[in-house]
Design a protein around this ligand. Structure first.
Ligand code: SF4
Length: 338
């Protein structure tokens, strides 16, 4: 089946004075028309570098795309010239960043900033451009759009600024919207409003979304499929149900245990994932989670686990899913659990 956007075996490294950081290692995933795929993981897991590579935002040097393909609309984005990529950015793939205050130009009225995006990618003229910009302000749920068109970013609240960023990203009706931690800088109630807005606009415009987040609550609310990243690798991927109901990787278990469950009355301590992420200057040859994993076996340290299929579309890179590995219950019964 042909996917709308497909990332295949992506490897991205960065040259630094301290050595080469292997930030993204053999990452593959896809997005289909109209769906939301979340990429989750802690800071430094490689999720932002992955989507920045899709958008052609990795400076080379120090970045280097060592391997992989990013297939979109029948072409490999990694083979396009800067000019060709510029045409795709904004018109076919839009992006919303984490902090709207640093992404918006503080000296320019927001209406003009939306217009810039329209002008760069659409063939509208004169008043049509202004009308479209005002329409986008209305569409993202801001009242008095014609007046707001003439205001500067500092006259908007944080949530409103993020709505303007979404308006800029969606002004040209891109096929894919990449949202990199779009609600992290917002307080909880505003977060919910912005997520609802993105969901509504996605349905209205039939846009696909790649959502980068470290917040599993946001994933459950918004996505249909999830890729869990750790140490530059996708360690588990599946539908939201697969990941929340039948997770098959100890790192995913750790992420789920560190989220409060407000549906249960009993008071339960949240369990942090002890230890630190791997050093990506010299990542371990085996499973990157092994130093923090209480189920680690000899093979985990020696050999990188392949992606074991759990069910259709659900796979996990963990040796516990190898049919030759004893069942976890048996390991626990044998006193292996720490
Ligand atoms: Fe733990 Fe081994 Fe699975 Fe890695 S492969 S998560 S170390 S059990």
């Amino acid at each position: 089946m042909k996917h709308l956007l497909e990332v295949k075996n992506l490897e991205v490294h960065f040259k630094t004075y301290g050595g080469e950081v292997k930030a993204v290692r053999d990452v593959s995933f896809h997005v289909d028309q109209g769906e939301t795929v979340a990429i989750v993981g802690e800071s430094g897991s490689g999720k932002s570098v992955t989507v920045q590579t899709v958008m052609g935002l990795i400076p080379t040097p120090p970045g280097k795309i060592k391997n992989g393909e990013i297939l979109f609309d029948g072409q490999d984005l990694l083979k396009l010239s800067k000019k060709q990529m510029q045409k795709i950015k904004g018109s076919k793939i839009g992006m919303v960043f984490q902090d709207p205050m640093t992404s918006l130009n503080p000296t320019m009225k927001v209406g003009r900033q939306i217009e810039e995006s329209i002008r760069a990618h659409q063939s509208l003229k004169g008043n049509e451009i202004k009308n479209r910009a005002i329409e986008m302000i209305r569409l993202v749920g801001i009242s008095n759009p014609a007046e707001r068109y003439d205001q500067y970013p500092h006259e908007f609240s944080g949530g409103m600024r993020q709505r303007i960023m979404i308006a800029i990203a969606l002004a040209c009706q891109p096929k894919v919207l990449i949202a990199d931690e779009p609600t992290t800088a917002l307080d909880v109630t505003i977060q919910a409003q912005v997520l609802d807005l993105m969901k509504d606009l996605k349905d209205e415009m039939d846009t696909s979304i790649i959502l980068i987040t470290h917040d599993l609550g946001v994933v459950a609310e918004t996505a249909q499929r999830v890729a869990v990243m750790y140490g530059g690798i996708i360690v588990e991927a599946g539908t939201v149900e697969d990941i929340f109901r039948e997770p098959k990787h100890p790192y995913t278990w750790g992420l789920l245990e560190s989220v409060p469950d407000i549906t249960k009355d009993e008071k339960k301590r949240l369990v942090p994932i002890e230890g630190s992420p791997p050093d990506l200057f010299s990542p371990p040859k085996g499973c990157p989670f092994a130093p923090r994993c209480k189920y680690a076996m000899e093979v985990c340290v020696e050999e990188m686990p392949p992606a074991f299929d759990v069910s259709e579309g659900h796979h996990a890179k963990c040796w516990l899913n190898d049919p030759r590995t004893p069942k976890l219950e048996d390991l626990v019964a044998a006193g292996r659990e720490a």
